[in-house]
Design a protein around this ligand. Structure first.
Ligand code: FMN
Length: 168
């Protein structure tokens, strides 16, 4: 495996609809002492508040939320297609119950103290800018509440400045 090289966001040559929506990603947060990762397929990248940003949506019930809330950083790791089963495990099991890295055959690694998944070939290191709870009153399309939040397990949107992109 090639080593990671820092690249600029302009050098990133990925389609976010495919990379996030179809291939999926792992959001990781925490410290060397304890961190957790979970699969995400909702989110995006863009420009906001004068920064290059990534945004993700994490439901109240996720263990990973405690780590994202508890620190200033999170990462978004994009593993190759070989890791679909690992993404399934990290998207269905909770780190409250198992050591997800171990069970999924993934390796936590750290850059600037920020945890990411070493099996990725692209990693976005993000510094938290905003945590915005999604609320019923925000929806102009009232069907969204019924369709996605029937159980009341609401998302928080996290916007992070992309402080470094690493690619293999
Ligand atoms: C393909 C896929 C995409 C997912 N996307 C999200 C997401 O964007 N936001 C979210 O809160 N949960 C999402 N999940 C669910 C979490 O990954 C799942 O609940 C996970 O077990 C949470 O783990 P944790 O409790 O260790 O944080 C997704 C699951 C899968 C399989």
């Amino acid at each position: 495996m090639h080593t990671f090289q820092p690249i600029t966001v302009e050098q990133l040559d990925v389609n976010p609809f495919v990379k996030i929506g179809k291939d999926w990603a792992l959001v990781t947060a925490g410290s060397a002492e304890k961190c957790n990762t979970m699969t995400v397929s909702w989110g995006g990248v863009g420009v906001l508040w004068g920064k290059n940003v990534a945004f993700i949506f994490i439901r109240e019930s996720r263990y990973t939320k405690e780590f994202v809330d508890g620190g200033d950083f999170f990462s978004i790791s994009f593993p190759s297609k070989d890791y679909r089963e690992a993404l399934n495990i990290c998207g269905s099991k909770s780190g409250r119950d198992i050591d997800k890295f171990k069970e999924a055959g993934l390796t936590p690694a750290f850059r600037h103290g920020i945890p990411y998944v070493d099996e990725a070939n692209i990693v976005l290191l993000c510094s938290k800018m905003a945590a915005v709870p999604v609320d019923e009153s925000s929806f102009t399309d009232k069907n969204i509440m019924k369709k996605w939040y029937g159980d009341g397990d609401m998302h928080t949107m996290y916007v992070g400045e992309i402080i470094e992109v690493m690619a293999r």
